[in-house]
Design a protein around this ligand. Structure first.
Ligand SMILES: [Ca+2]
Ligand SMILES: [Ca+2]
Length: 376
């Protein structure tokens, strides 16, 4: 399974899809929508070069923040900074994954260590020693999770609901995720283990608990992606649920097929389809379900407290219709031969979409990789 590092905090997910074939190095802009009272949807310029995205925030602190990982291994943060959620410790380099918690942020480094910063009310930023061997990271409301290369999960921070008590046997995990006060782990056999706060049944994985390939946590709900492209959701906002935390966030819209990634927000959920579109469901009080047009070209999703994030990859899409196909050949040739004419003819496109080898220039060295994109 791809190292889908989904983290979420607060329902925020993380959603990284690192190592996915659909993600090419050095591309990517982030689109953000929904609750924006802290500017969590205002992606800082330059909005390019992102390879992963994460959302944070929680109702507990009524704040939200966002994080993006750049191809150069640095992390950019924006939105609420009351607890220093933006303050990536130096050196801000060498990161390969990112996650958002309620008021804290986490980054995984290529050397297998985790760096955590921001709100530390419960020790959620104090990564237990030895801080080595990690391959994935997730952030909860006041707790944090790290997956080790040996398949075990380490959890630290707030633990009033046992969200840091990984059920034995603590082995065989391949992915990790967090809700506000619960935790989730995906095992090599395709089953999901969930523990912590279970008032809404967010830890009761529906049968059959098999065939899962990715997992995400929301505020009070949980999501699993199955190998057949369907999403299973449970906990708050599911059938038979009621009360203030019921927003239908656990009722996946039909057709429940074709999904390749998922994210859990506080009261909403997001699914990424294989065609590059995002489906959103649950609470829409902040417009967190209103995916900005064009709803195409997405390669990763993430969610925070009332806001949503999508990562777009653009390589090869020279006519900016969200797809890479033969209709991009003529505009690609124009971009190569007459950039000024290209900009006139495609005023809403970024000519850097033609930078198919990711070296920051559009030139003849992009021809071969462009052809590769056309003939997958
Ligand atoms: Ca196109
Ligand atoms: Ca290039």
């Amino acid at each position: 399974m791809k190292k889908t590092i989904v983290s979420m905090l607060c329902g925020c997910v993380l959603a990284g899809l690192l190592g996915s074939a659909t993600l090419r190095a050095q591309d990517g802009s982030i689109v953000a929508w929904g609750r924006n009272n802290y500017g969590q949807c205002n992606v800082p310029a330059p909005n390019t070069g992102f390879v992963a995205v994460a959302g944070g925030g929680s109702a507990e602190i009524a704040q939200g923040h966002s994080l993006g990982l750049k191809a150069d291994g640095s992390i950019v943060a924006w939105g609420a900074n009351t607890y220093g959620q933006w303050n990536v410790p130096a050196p801000n380099s060498g990161f390969v994954a990112v996650a958002g918690g309620g008021g804290h942020s986490l980054g995984l480094k290529a050397d297998g260590s985790i760096v955590a910063w921001g709100r530390n009310s419960s020790g959620q930023c104090n990564v237990p020693a030895p801080n080595t061997g990690f391959v994935a990271v997730a952030g909860g409301g006041g707790h944090s999770l790290g997956l080790k290369a040996d398949g075990s999960i380490v959890a630290w921070g707030a633990n009033p609901s046992g969200q840091c008590n990984v059920p034995p046997p603590n082995t065989g995990f391949v992915a990790v995720a967090a809700g506000y006060a619960h935790s989730l782990g995906l095992k090599t056999d395709g089953s999901i283990v969930a523990w912590g706060y279970n008032y809404y049944g967010q830890c009761n994985v529906p049968a059959p608990n098999t065939g899962f390939t990715a997992v995400a946590g929301g505020g009070w709900h949980s999501l699993g992606l199955k190998a057949d492209g369907s999403i299973v959701a449970w906990g708050a906002g599911g059938p038979g649920q009621s009360g203030p935390n019921d927003h239908g966030q656990s009722i996946v819209p039909a057709p429940n097929t074709g999904f390749v990634a998922l994210a859990g927000g506080w009261w909403h959920s997001l699914g990424l389809k294989a065609d590059g579109s995002i489906v959103a469901w649950g609470d829409n009080a902040n417009g967190e379900l209103n995916v900005p047009a064009p709803n195409t070209g997405f390669v990763a999703v993430a969610a925070g407290y009332g806001h949503s994030l999508g990562l777009k990859a653009h390589y090869g899409d020279l006519n900016c219709d969200g797809a890479v196909n033969n209709f991009d050949i003529d505009p690609f040739v124009l971009a190569l031969t007459d950039p000024a004419a290209y900009k006139l003819k495609y005023p809403n496109c970024d000519i850097m979409n033609g930078d198919c080898n990711g070296d920051g220039k559009v030139d003849n060295f992009d021809i071969d990789p462009f052809v590769e994109l056309l003939t997958p």
